[in-house]
Structure formats: structure tokens, C-alpha cells
Write a protein that binds this ligand. Structure first.
Ligand code: 13P
Ligand code: SF4
Length: 392
């Protein structure tokens, strides 16, 4: 890493820095597969020039979207960067681009396919860029849970809400049941809307975003929330627990944000006097409660933009973004909340060789790694996504 500011301290390497997700061959799930093409070598000194040349050759035919957690080497070629909400909006707003190259993860590319016109093609440079959280909710498991709610006679009171970080199948299920998609920037508004439609919410797949939003932003008690474990009969809950609950949280979590602990918060407060702790709502409830500020990726970026010079911040979200923010604000002391490295391994799958390969394939008239969602799933998922885009 070059260009490091005087205050940025690179976290130490750790054995679990890159969790090995996305192995194997299972294209129907969020798990990825090996690259089907001839990847350029990472050591090729011409990679930057090749990506620039391919992008230039494609001109307005291609639009490259880059999630904030992407590597710098990839972000430099993004036409737009953003969180998952902004990227979904941007994909929908580019009907003239023949190809949307999505530098993010599989569920985001699926949402882009759902929101773009039928003639547009969405490309994910590496199919192994899945999401371990999205993998934690599989359609069959969710249907089993819903059938149990129907048997109990509570399904009519329950509004399903799914985080953007879920497969198109799950979004389709939620659309069929007249629910809504949310992101970390609009989860409160999505819950407010949902509690106008019914008395209970079934929140998928991130228990932490659901709990943190309900308790810290909507005034619910922790006792109003129950945890539905898809690997246990009836979710591991009694009928009475399900009848009494206001929030039924799916047992899913983000393996990256789940790494931050209360010890990291205490440690940084001791080490950096006056530090502001700023975390993403995918972190555990105890971490979010101990932090000073909590919000989506876009909120974190805004908060640091607005922070006064000289202020100190410890940020609990993905490392590529935190490092970029620290380098962009050399007048502020910005550190990573954990002492060890913590990347999203699947976001990191999209590297410059994969981007070069995907762009050069498009130039050659071939469409690599196209992400498509079947028409029926897409139409139900679209109604849940449109409901999100309509939230006040
Ligand atoms: P946002 O992009 O909604 O902030 O979500 C963070 C994340 O984990 C994306 O995978
Ligand atoms: Fe999934 Fe977490 Fe990675 Fe986001 S940061 S893609 S939620 S594993």
C-alpha cells in the first residue's frame, strides 16, 4: 500500500482476513464458480492500460458500477460508486447502456438485472463474488417458516421485509407476500411502512440490521424480537413466542461486520482519547449500542466528510472503504475499529484481472458471466424493490 497518510495505521494481517467463501460450483445459489475464461496474470504491468482501452472501446455501451467495498484498483474504473441502494437506483437510471458491469456482489447484480430493461445485460466479473449473508436465507427454508406462520394463524399479521442483501428468490417471495426490500439507509422507513400494513415483521436475512433498527430507531424492546433459526424445528421458537413477537428476525449475519466486538470499542477508546466510534448497523447489537454513531455506508461517508479537522474516528465497516476514507481525509485521524485486517472476501473477488477479462470479452462481442433472473421471480422481486423505491 502506497500513499499512506501520517495517521492511517494498516491493521495487522490475520488468519481469517479473507474467509474462503464462494468455493465450489453452485451457480443457482449465491455461491460462485471458477472463472470460465482466460484471466490475465495479476502481475501483468499493462492491466490498467488494458482496462482503460477496453472501456474506451466500449464507450457509452458500457456502464460500470462500483460498490464502496470494492478494491481501489477496480473503483478507479467505476462510472458511479455507491452503497447498494444508490447502485440499484443508478442501474435503473441507465436504460441506454447495453452492458452494466457490476463491481459488487451477486445479489446486487441480480437487483440490477431486475431493475434494468430486458435488452440490457448485467455482467458480474467474477461469479464467485457471492455474499455469505445472502446465502443464509434459502427460499425453501423461508417457505417452510411461512407455512408454519400460516398453520399458527399469524401469517395474515406478518409483513416480510428483506434486506437488499438477499437472493432474487427471497425478494420474489417477499414481493409475493406484499412485503418490501430495504437497505441499511432506509431500514427505519421500511419498518414504519410495514407496521402500517401489519402488526409483525418477518425480517430477512440480517438479524442485526433488523434488531438494531427496531430497538434503537423504532423504540421496540429486545423482548419484542425473537430469533428464527432455520436449522431448528419451528425456528427453535414456541408457538407463544411467535404469537407474542413483533419482530421475527431470521438468524443471518454478515461475517465481516460480525467480526467487530465490544472489546474493539473499549480498546480504541483507551488508545485514542476523544475518539468517535462510527459503525455500520450490520454490527452486533452490543457493538452498535457502545458506538457513538451508527449508519449505512453512505451515512459513514457523509459523517466523515462533515467531521471537523483534527477529530478522531474509529470506523467499523469494510476495510477497503475505511482505508480510502482515511486517505481522503488526511486532516482527520481515521482508524479501523479492529486491530486486524477485515475485508469482505467475496467483494474482493472482483480484482483488476477479472475486470479486464470481462471488459475485453465485451469488446470481442462475447457477454461473460451474465446475471439473469427468471421473469416470474423478477416480476415479484420488482414489486418489493419498487415498494422500497416508493418509501417516503
Ligand atoms: P450497504 O451497501 O447497504 O451499506 O450494505 C453494506 C454491505 O454489506 C453491502 O454488502
Ligand atoms: Fe455480504 Fe457482508 Fe460482504 Fe456485504 S460485507 S457482501 S453483507 S458478507
Amino acid at each position: 500500500m502506497t500513499n499512506v497518510t501520517s495517521t492511517w495505521i494498516e491493521p495487522a494481517d490475520s488468519a481469517t482476513a479473507l474467509l474462503l467463501l464462494g468455493r465450489g460450483s453452485d451457480p443457482d445459489s449465491e455461491r460462485g464458480v471458477d472463472c470460465p475464461g482466460d484471466l490475465p496474470a495479476p502481475s501483468d504491468p499493462d492491466l490498467v492500460a488494458r482496462a482503460a482501452a477496453a472501456k474506451k472501446a466500449l464507450g457509452d455501451r458500457v456502464f460500470v458500477l462500483g460498490h464502496h467495498y470494492q478494491r481501489d484498483e477496480v473503483i478507479q474504473f467505476a462510472d458511479v460508486t455507491g452503497d447498494s441502494f444508490r447502485l440499484a437506483q443508478q442501474a435503473a437510471a441507465r436504460p441506454d447502456a447495453e452492458f452494466i458491469v457490476f463491481c459488487g456482489v451477486h445479489f446486487m447484480a441480480e437487483s440490477a438485472d431486475i431493475l434494468t430493461t430486458p435488452g440490457q445485460k448485467v455482467v458480474l466479473p467474477d461469479l464467485a463474488a457471492g455474499c455469505s449473508m445472502a446465502d443464509m436465507a434459502v427460499l425453501g427454508q423461508v417457505q417452510t417458516a411461512w407455512e408454519h406462520f400460516e398453520d399458527l394463524g399469524i401469517a395474515g399479521d406478518v409483513v416480510p421485509v428483506t434486506y437488499m442483501n438477499s437472493s432474487a428468490d427471497i425478494k420474489g417471495f417477499v414481493g409475493r407476500q406484499k412485503g418490501v426490500v430495504c437497505t441499511s439507509s432506509n431500514a427505519k422507513r421500511a419498518l414504519e411502512w410495514s407496521f402500517e400494513q401489519g402488526s409483525k415483521v418477518f425480517f430477512l436475512p440480517d438479524q442485526h440490521l433488523g434488531r438494531n433498527t427496531a430497538v434503537l430507531e423504532m423504540g421496540f424492546d429486545l423482548d419484542d424480537c425473537v430469533l428464527y433459526d432455520p436449522h431448528k424445528p419451528n425456528g427453535g421458537l414456541t408457538d407463544q413466542q411467535l404469537r407474542d413477537a413483533r419482530m421475527i428476525l431470521w438468524r443471518g449475519h454478515c461475517s465481516v461486520h460480525g467480526r467487530f466486538t465490544i472489546d474493539s470499542v473499549n480498546e480504541v477508546r483507551e488508545r485514542v482519547p476523544g475518539v468517535n466510534v462510527l459503525v455500520h448497523p450490520e454490527c452486533k447489537h452490543e457493538v452498535v449500542t457502545a458506538a457513538d454513531y451508527v449508519g449505512s455506508t453512505e451515512y459513514i461517508i457523509r459523517k466523515l466528510d462533515e467531521a471537523p479537522a483534527g477529530s478522531a474516528w474509529a470506523v467499523g465497516t469494510e476495510l477497503n472503504l475505511v482505508r480510502r476514507l482515511a486517505l481522503a481525509h488526511p486532516d482527520k485521524q481515521i482508524s479501523f475499529l479492529d486491530r486486524t485486517v477485515c475485508y469482505c472476501s467475496t467483494m474482493n473477488r472482483i480484482d483488476l484481472p477479472h475486470l479486464v477479462w470481462a471488459l475485453e470479452e465485451l469488446v470481442a462481442g462475447r457477454v461473460p458471466n451474465q446475471i439473469t433472473v427468471d421473469a416470474e421471480t423478477a416480476s415479484y422481486a420488482r414489486s418489493a424493490l419498487d415498494q422500497m423505491l416508493l418509501l417516503p
